[in-house]
Write a protein that binds this ligand. Structure first.
Ligand code: SF4
Length: 152
C-alpha cells in the first residue's frame, strides 16, 4: 500500500480487560495500514468465506481504536482478503446492534455457568476444541436416511 505505514501481526497485538465482565479480549489483526487520517485493518484468509470472518473484523473495528494508540481518531475501514477477492467492511457496520451482540457474547463467555452445548457435525468440524476437552464433540458425519428421488 503505497504511502501507507504498514504494521503486521505482532505489532498489532492488543488486549483489553473488561470493566463490567471478568474477561480479557486479545486480538492480532494481520495488517494495519495508516496514512493521514485513514486506516485499514485487514485480515487475510486462505479458506472459504465464513460469517465468523466478518465478525472478527467488526470486533477489530470496535476495539482497535481504543486499544492501539496510533489508530485513535482515524477513519477506520476493514478488509477481508480472500484468494478470490476482497470484502470491504465499513466502520458504520459497527452499529448499536453489533455492540449489543458483542456485549451479549462477552456476557456468555464470562459467565461461570457454562453455556448449553448444541453440538453438531456441522459446527464441531470447524471447532478447534478437541474431544479431550469437549466430551460433546461430534466428529462423525450423520447418516442420512434419504428416500430415492429424481429431483435433480
Ligand atoms: S467441539 Fe464442543 S465446543 Fe466445539 S462446537 Fe462441538 S460441542 Fe461446541
Amino acid at each position: 500500500m503505497e504511502g501507507y505505514r504498514v504494521f503486521v501481526e505482532g505489532e498489532n497485538w492488543f488486549e483489553i480487560t473488561g470493566r463490567s465482565f471478568s474477561v480479557k479480549v486479545s486480538e492480532k489483526p494481520d495488517i494495519v495500514a495508516i496514512a493521514n487520517h485513514q486506516g485499514f485493518v485487514e485480515d487475510c484468509k486462505t479458506g472459504r468465506k465464513k460469517n465468523s470472518d466478518l465478525y472478527q473484523v467488526l470486533i477489530y473495528l470496535l476495539l482497535v481504536p481504543i486499544s492501539i494508540q496510533r489508530c485513535r481518531g482515524l477513519d477506520l475501514q476493514g478488509r477481508l482478503v480472500y484468494p478470490d477477492g476482497v470484502m470491504e467492511i465499513q466502520a458504520d457496520q459497527v452499529d448499536e446492534g453489533f455492540k449489543e451482540q458483542f456485549r451479549g457474547a462477552i456476557a456468555t463467555l464470562s459467565n461461570s455457568t457454562p453455556a448449553r452445548k448444541v453440538p453438531s457435525y456441522q459446527e464441531c468440524r470447524y471447532c478447534d476444541i478437541s474431544a479431550q476437552y469437549c466430551s460433546e464433540r461430534v466428529d462423525a458425519k450423520p447418516d442420512q436416511d434419504l428416500e430415492k428421488h429424481d429431483l435433480f
